[in-house]
Ligand binder design. Structure first.
Ligand code: CUA
Length: 337
């Protein structure tokens, strides 16, 4: 939309113009036919009104050309909307590989954001300019929906699972955050703001977040406090799988199935360990349901992600053939939840 058009929020992301163009195309097509049909119905109702009480219309015999036209034209228009809409949808659904991650947790009635570097925010989110940002979203209680109107992107927050959205902000400034799913009495107050900062300013902001430490460090402390470390370690006394390199890897389950270890798998394995037991290990892990909240689950996940690919103490030279050891193996981000 042109700047200053009062009905629309400012276009502040790489996807905003694409979403708007599609929206205006569909609106224009619908408006054109709505007006056309209304005008014709009104015009014909007057032109062909009954003038005498014994008047009868001509019999209608049909017209192949007319049938083809009113089948073909809507079909073509619908297909244009479908193909265009699909391409925008896929662009919104595919997160760029280089995207940085931020976590969002919805609860009645606030948005809590967590940066990997440590800072936590409530109803406010700071993001860098011109850098793809992926937001991994969940909810503590009921359905919410995280909506960035300026970025033209929105995703439901679903209790018990992770969803995601991404955006690349293109203009510094402050923009709305809304909850777009009715979630209770104060749904309308579940609002916030997203602050887009130049990258240097953002780095200074996110790095100067005080002494809380990173999310992974918080997770490491939890890993010890919850005694996860007593079983999930290599060597004597090992009772659970070692978690190095887990995120993004393929896990062989006792049931014979395999699963890709994404953030949703890790969450489930902490809260419902019996759901997917790893092959070669007894199903002895207790559930941590009720003992860890959503933010602590994120911290634990970040800790697992931060572990070196190869467990400390195991010699890289003795690694099994085919298992790349040590070095600069890239840390995979969480795969699509
Ligand atoms: Cu949360 Cu509406």
């Amino acid at each position: 939309m042109e700047p200053g058009f009062p009905l629309f929020p400012e276009q502040a992301s790489t996807m905003a113009a694409r979403v708007d163009h599609l929206y205006f195309f569909i609106t224009a097509v619908c408006a054109f036919f709505a007006v056309l049909v209304t005008v014709l119905v009104t015009y014909f109702a007057i032109k062909y009104r009954r003038r005498k009480s014994d008047e009868h219309g001509e019999p209608i015999h049909g017209s192949l050309a007319l049938e083809l036209a009113w089948t073909g034209i809507p079909f073509v228009l619908a297909m244009v909307m479908f193909v265009w809409g699909s391409s925008v949808y896929f662009a919104l659904a595919r997160v760029p590989d280089e995207a940085m991650d931020v976590y969002a947790v919805g609860k009645q009635w606030m948005w809590k954001f967590q940066h990997r570097e440590g800072p936590r925010e409530i109803n406010e989110l700071h993001v860098p300019l011109n850098m793809p940002v992926r937001v991994l979203i969940t909810s503590e209680d009921v359905l919410h929906s995280l909506y960035f109107p300026g970025f033209r992107t929105k995703m439901d927050a679903v209790p018990g699972r992770y969803t995601q959205l991404w955006f690349t902000a293109t203009k510094p400034g402050t923009y709305h955050i809304f909850c777009a799913e009715y979630c209770g009495a104060r749904h309308s107050a579940m609002i916030g703001r997203v602050v887009v900062m130049p990258q240097q300013d953002f780095q200074a902001w996110v790095g100067g977040g005080g002494t809380e430490g990173t999310l992974a460090q918080a997770g490491e402390k939890l890993f010890t406090d919850l005694a996860c470390v007593t079983c999930h370690r290599a060597g004597a006394g090992q009772r659970g799988p070692v978690l190095n390199g887990l995120l993004g890897s393929t896990v062989q389950l006792a049931s014979g199935a395999t699963v890709t270890a994404d953030v949703g798998y890790i969450r489930e394995s902490i809260l419902n360990p019996q759901a997917k037991v790893v092959a070669g290990f007894p199903p002895i892990m207790p559930t941590f349901q009720g003992q860890v909240n959503e933010e602590q689950l994120l911290a634990l996940t970040e800790y697992i992600r931060s572990l070196p690919r190869t467990p400390a103490g195991s010699a890289p030279s003795s690694a099994a053939p085919g298992a790349p050891a040590g070095g600069n193996a890239p840390t995979p981000g969480p795969t699509t939840p």
